[in-house]
Write a protein that binds this ligand. Structure first.
Ligand SMILES: Nc1nc2c(c(=O)[nH]1)N[C@H]1C(S)=C(S)[C@@H](COP(=O)(O)O)O[C@H]1N2
Ligand SMILES: [Mo]
Length: 354
């Protein structure tokens, strides 16, 4: 065995430890990845770093694992019923890692209207059911003795350092080479070129244009004086420059004008126990904000000095600074004051439009 070979043996984690480390890392990347959908404020940047570091620590482990099982895979007779799904898991895991790195360095490949980031999310989520099936067939409890080995702590520290260094290097490389990722925020979203804002659905929401003659905005729920106003009753005097950051990977800072959400809520005199507001779209799409966040939020009628067009939510849409784009409800018709967030929003944002 040459120098390199013996080094490799010394650095190699025991097989079961490789598997369990992968399990923990995958759990961490999926959890941080899913949670990141709700983080739009720079105070949450650490979550994205954690996601990147954990994600970038997986390739050495995947490599060790694939080397170990390669022999078994080449022998057709060694295959059992669970093997094809395990192979699918390997492919999907590699695809998730590759699309994540690709997005981070600024690759622009897209599949139809799916960006690399959308594909990353898809592959990342697909890992979960495949891993569950894989574990059902291949589960082996961790061996205590393997964790007790002192080298293990050093190897883990090395993995984390490697992940962090790679994340830092990828970031620098994108800046130095001035790839499209050079403009990305801590969320991974890239700055949108030009002035136009793309019309974006979270899933499939696509209503007919709202008829201003019959449209009204209602403010109700836990309030003393529910109120209803028509288009002419809106008095757009609040101006706010705000950054819209969509989870499909772009952001744009624009000037919005409208009515402060807090002003609308205050006018209706909320009860003492009021703690949340749910903003409803004519389509049923809805999202809830804590009452503490409404001071920043605007019900906008204008974008960059122009009246909103239908695509961007005419006659009224929510502008929620520091929150991801999917929470900026368009075609608003109702502000409901509540004690708690509306749990049905979780279904509504996925199903409205179908
Ligand atoms: N009613 C409704 N509001 C919505 C959406 C939707 O699908 N339905 N999409 C959201 C998403 S995902 C984003 S990123 C922003 C996009 O706003 P824009 O289309 O004005 O650019 O609107 C949000 N508001
Ligand atoms: Mo979005």
């Amino acid at each position: 065995m040459g120098r390199l070979g013996s080094l490799r043996t010394r650095l190699a984690l025991p097989p079961r430890l490789v598997d369990w480390s992968l399990f923990v890392l995958v759990g961490l990347v999926v959890a941080t990845g899913v949670t990141s959908f709700w983080v739009g404020h720079p105070s949450g940047a650490a979550l994205f770093w954690l996601h990147a570091i954990a994600g970038l620590a997986t390739p050495p482990l995947l490599y060790a694992k694939f080397r170990r099982v390669a022999g078994r895979l080449r022998e057709r007779r060694a295959w059992d019923r669970a093997t094809p799904l395990s192979v699918a898991l390997a492919v999907v895991a590699v695809a998730a890692a590759a699309t994540g790195v690709g997005w981070a360095v600024g690759a622009t490949a897209a599949l139809g209207f799916w960006t690399l980031l959308n594909l990353h999310i898809l592959f990342g989520l697909l890992v979960v059911p495949l891993l569950v099936v894989h574990l059902r067939a291949r589960f082996r409890p961790p061996r205590r003795a393997e964790f007790r080995d002192r080298r293990v702590a050093i190897q883990y520290a090395g993995l984390v350092a490697l992940g962090a260094a790679t994340a830092g290097i990828l970031r620098r490389a994108a800046t130095i080479l001035d790839t499209p990722a050079a403009s990305r925020r801590f969320t991974g979203s890239r700055r949108l070129g030009g002035d136009a804002l793309p019309v974006t659905s979270w899933v499939a929401d696509d209503p007919d244009p709202v008829d201003p003659a019959s449209w009204t905005l209602s403010v109700d729920g836990l309030v003393e004086r529910p109120l209803t106003v028509g288009v002419d009753g809106l008095d757009p005097t609040t101006e706010r420059r705000a950054l819209l950051d969509c989870t499909s990977g772009w952001y744009a800072e624009r000037d919005w004008r409208g009515i402060g959400l807090s002003e609308v809520v205050e006018r209706a005199s909320p009860h003492n126990e009021a703690a949340w507001v749910t903003v409803h779209s004519v389509t049923g799409y809805r999202w809830s904000l804590p009452l503490s966040a409404v001071d920043d939020a605007v019900l906008a009628t204008h974008l960059d000095g122009e009246r909103l067009d239908h695509g961007h939510g005419y006659p009224l849409r929510l502008v929620a600074p520091g929150r991801r784009g999917f929470q900026w409800v368009k075609w608003v018709e109702r502000v409901e004051v509540r004690r708690r967030p509306d749990p049905s929003q979780w279904v509504a944002v996925f199903s409205s439009g179908f």
